[in-house]
Design a protein around this ligand. Structure first.
Ligand SMILES: *[C@@H]1O[C@H](CO)[C@@H](O)[C@H](O)[C@H]1NC(C)=O
Ligand SMILES: *[C@@H]1O[C@H](CO)[C@@H](O)[C@H](O)[C@H]1NC(C)=O
Ligand SMILES: *[C@@H]1O[C@H](CO)[C@@H](O)[C@H](O)[C@H]1NC(C)=O
Ligand SMILES: *[C@@H]1O[C@H](CO)[C@@H](O)[C@H](O)[C@H]1NC(C)=O
Ligand SMILES: *[C@@H]1O[C@H](CO)[C@@H](O)[C@H](O)[C@H]1NC(C)=O
Ligand SMILES: *[C@@H]1O[C@H](CO)[C@@H](O)[C@H](O)[C@H]1NC(C)=O
Ligand SMILES: *[C@@H]1O[C@H](CO)[C@@H](O)[C@H](O)[C@H]1NC(C)=O
Ligand SMILES: *[C@@H]1O[C@H](CO)[C@@H](O)[C@H](O)[C@H]1NC(C)=O
Length: 663
């Protein structure tokens, strides 16, 4: 009987690789586990080693061959080496190739002299042996990987898991000969959660052998947790509550076979030992990488900030000069601030389009007068804000300061602003769901940068659809950030009422008490998300279902368990249910009454990047209109807190390693 030998708890893991390099194309593979018993080894420089190495290089160079599976042999007689690789059924040829290439390298490093070996990754497995391994089942070693987060409602979950997994296994086993023995399955486990399952055998197995292997694997899957896998050399199964495979790459399943399932033959006496180990290791590498990247970024940030300080000290006047434009240049560029060139009017002043003599297009913001700020402070702030560069922020190119005139010069962003599309019944059709989802993600990254990644902690205070500009590719760019700094300190005591914020986006504590923090920006972001999803304006909402504003409407639908009804009707045919629901949930979390309950933008960005982050259930949102929160707002002075701990609030996926003794 199998007996637990060790259970080791590893540190909490955060899957944040994508956070750092969302566009990185590098095809990384995720190592899971390997097994090469050192009880049977070959001597160095032996024929077997030469054959093994030849086999591995043949596997690697044939990585694109076949249908994600390739088997071959090398050598003759007693020194024959048998080997194969198998890629997960949904990975592309190029990922399969990368994985095979990486794996053969990795396996010869991890198993330098071992006669038999197998190594698993998320994307593929590679295996070799001195015995023929083709067309026969190997259930050992069996590796269990378990997510240590428990699932609630276990009975229901297990029922669904078993049914869905069974289907996938039957489908995989009964695949037509020559095709991949691979299948996936989904089940709606609750309104908000979907269960995703996968089963795969090496295609050299017969239907019966594959079925037997999968039955064994399913029987030993961890239960009661949010995700688990069982890996054997011949087959593997996996389930998660997020989509971990590329569904579009999987061919539509053939009609379910009518053949009754073969009962698994009892007792597999071929091997007398069995190891089961549970790991969630894919990410250790990722963490190291993250750590390294953080260090690098920090170092760079520090360098940058030293630079800025030098400028503030007045040593680096050239920077200020290079940012400063003549008033006449700007007058010429905007045709004397002609109405024809006027793009709009914001809280801080009017905006004009202009063209510089070098033909560069610019947006010119002529600040309204009356800022109490002096010229020196103004310049200093502009220099600081001009240093903020992020692809989701509109770039500040410079300024102009002459007499009473204070002008900011920005890059010109062609596609107007988000409000121009999202509320317009015709134009909103140009924004399909994936576009909207990308816009939401871009806005979140831009705000995160303002809040945390730049040296200055900038609270935007006026996030709204009209402050999100769209570039030629419809990427969002936040504008008007840093206005508080540039315009002169604290707007709550400023000379212009209008700069305080925009009705409908203001968090209750800000609207009522002038208290702002990163969490008031989170509130505005939440409103924005709900608007993007619904195509409706929070402040201009037609009473629906007894709800007076968009937020209370969204909350009502959420409470009634029909969140998808919030979706803009033009999206109804084509959207990702999972993404939409997560976004609604995120939006509602952001508009919660207590600022402390709202997620930070770091959490928001992480959530949008990884389906594996679990969101809490939102509480009733704050309703600005009803001034519910008067007088009892627990406020923390977040803005002044420059040294807020960066420790991840989203710790997930505790990991356990379980090793079972041989039977
Ligand atoms: C095999 O590995 C075990 C544990 O890693 C080690 O204790 C043992 O010495 C190794 N045996 C040989 C022959 O290398
Ligand atoms: C294996 O061969 C290489 C060169 O062919 C030699 O340098 C090395 O010493 C040999 N190793 C053993 C253990 O014989
Ligand atoms: C690919 O496999 C074939 C057949 O096993 C083998 O002859 C060939 O050498 C391999 N390709 C390379 C580049 O090694
Ligand atoms: C691959 O495996 C099949 C059995 O599944 C076997 O017939 C074939 O010879 C193997 N290919 C090589 C190159 O060994
Ligand atoms: C494989 O290697 C093991 C250990 O060296 C040996 O006992 C076994 O006979 C070998 N099998 C074959 C088919 O050569
Ligand atoms: C999960 O459940 C097990 C027992 O059912 C318990 O020991 C463990 O503490 C739970 N873990 C979490 C994270 O709740
Ligand atoms: C899950 O729910 C969605 C929408 O409610 C539906 O389209 C889909 O078919 C369901 N999936 C399953 C496997 O029941
Ligand atoms: C999923 O697979 C499809 C078809 O093979 C491919 O076009 C798409 O780029 C893949 N998506 C991802 C995220 O890998």
């Amino acid at each position: 009987m199998a007996k637990f030998k060790a259970m080791i708890k590893l540190f909490p893991l955060a899957i944040v690789l994508s956070l750092l390099s969302p566009t990185a194309e590098a095809q990384q593979v995720t190592y899971l586990y390997h097994d090469c018993p050192n009880t049977t080894t070959f001597s160095r420089n032996s024929t077997y080693q030469a054959n093994r190495d030849a086999l591995l290089s043949s596997l690697s160079s044939n990585g694109t061959r076949g249908d994600g599976f390739y088997n071959t042999t090398s050598g003759r007689g007693a020194d024959t080496v048998y080997g194969l690789f198998l890629c997960r059924g949904d990975v592309s040829t190029s990922v399969c190739q990368s994985c095979a290439t990486f794996a053969v390298d990795d396996i010869s490093r991890r198993c330098p002299v071992e006669t038999t070996a197998v190594i698993w990754y998320d994307e593929c497995l590679v295996r070799y042996s001195n015995q023929s391994i083709f067309s026969s089942v190997a259930e050992a070693p069996a590796i269990v990987l378990a997510n240590t987060q428990n699932i609630t409602d276990q009975d229901r979950f297990n029922q669904q898991l078993q049914a869905t997994m069974d289907d996938a296994a039957t489908q995989a086993a009964n695949a037509t000969p020559g095709a991949k023995k691979f299948a996936i399955g989904e089940a709606n486990f609750s309104t908000f959660q979907t269960l995703y399952t996968l089963a795969q055998c090496t295609p050299d197995l017969s239907t019966m052998d594959c079925d037997r292997c999968l039955q064994f694997a399913m029987g030993n899957l961890p239960t009661g947790v949010r995700g688990g896998r069982l890996l054997t050399p011949s087959c593997n199964v996996r389930y998660e509550i997020y989509r971990f495979y590329n569904q579009t790459a999987v061919a539509p399943p053939p009609p379910p076979p009518a053949t009754p399932r073969t009962p698994p033959p009892g007792g597999n006496g071929r091997r007398t030992w069995q190891i089961i180990v549970a790991v969630i290791a894919p990410i250790i590498v990722a963490i190291l990488f993250l750590f390294l990247a953080c260090c690098l970024l920090k170092r760079r940030a520090r360098k940058k900030s030293e630079h800025v300080q030098a400028e503030n000290g007045g040593c680096d006047i050239t920077t200020v000069d290079s940012l400063q434009y003549d008033f006449t240049t700007i007058e010429t560029a905007t045709d004397n601030f002609s109405d024809a060139n006027k793009l709009g009017e914001g809280g801080f002043g009017e905006v004009y389009k202009g063209v510089l003599p070098n033909l560069q297009e610019i947006a010119v913001k002529r600040l309204s007068r009356g800022s109490g700020q002096g010229a020196v402070e103004f310049k200093n702030e502009v220099v600081l804000v001009a240093k903020l560069q992020h692809r989701n922020l509109v770039r500040l190119l410079g300024f102009c300061l002459e007499g009473e005139e204070k002008i900011l010069i920005y890059e010109y962003v062609p596609n107007k602003s988000l409000d121009y599309f999202v509320y317009d019944p015709v134009k909103q059709e140009q924004l399909d769901w994936s576009r909207r989802y990308k816009i939401i993600g871009g806005i979140a990254r831009g705000i995160l940068y303002l809040h945390e990644d730049s040296r200055l902690r900038i609270i935007h205070r006026d996030l709204k659809a009209s402050n999100v500009l769209l570039d030629g590719d419809m990427n969002p760019k936040i504008s008007d950030f840093g206005m508080a700094r540039i315009f002169g300190g604290d707007q709550t005591q400023g000379t212009t009422r209008r700069v305080v914020g925009t009705y409908g986006y203001m968090s209750p504590e800000y609207a009522m008490h002038g208290q702002f923090s990163v969490k008031s920006d989170a509130y505005s972001f939440g409103v924005l998300v709900l608007e993007i999803i619904s195509g409706q304006k929070n402040s201009n909402f037609y009473e629906t279902d007894g709800a007076q504003d968009l937020i209370s409407y969204a909350w009502k639908l959420w409470k009634d368990d029909r969140p998808l009804e919030l979706l803009n009707p033009v999206l109804r045919d084509n959207y990702s249910r999972n993404e939409v629901i997560r976004c609604i949930q995120l939006g509602l979390l952001c508009v919660q009454e207590d600022p402390a309950d709202r997620p930070t933008m770091a959490t928001v960005v992480l959530t949008l990047n990884s389906y594996s982050v679990t969101l809490s259930m939102p509480k009733e949102p704050a309703f600005v209109l009803h001034s519910k929160s008067e007088g009892r707002m627990p406020y923390k002075g977040l803005e002044s807190d420059q040294s807020t701990s960066r420790s991840a609030p989203w710790s997930i996926n505790d990991v356990s390693i379980t090793e079972l003794d041989p039977r």
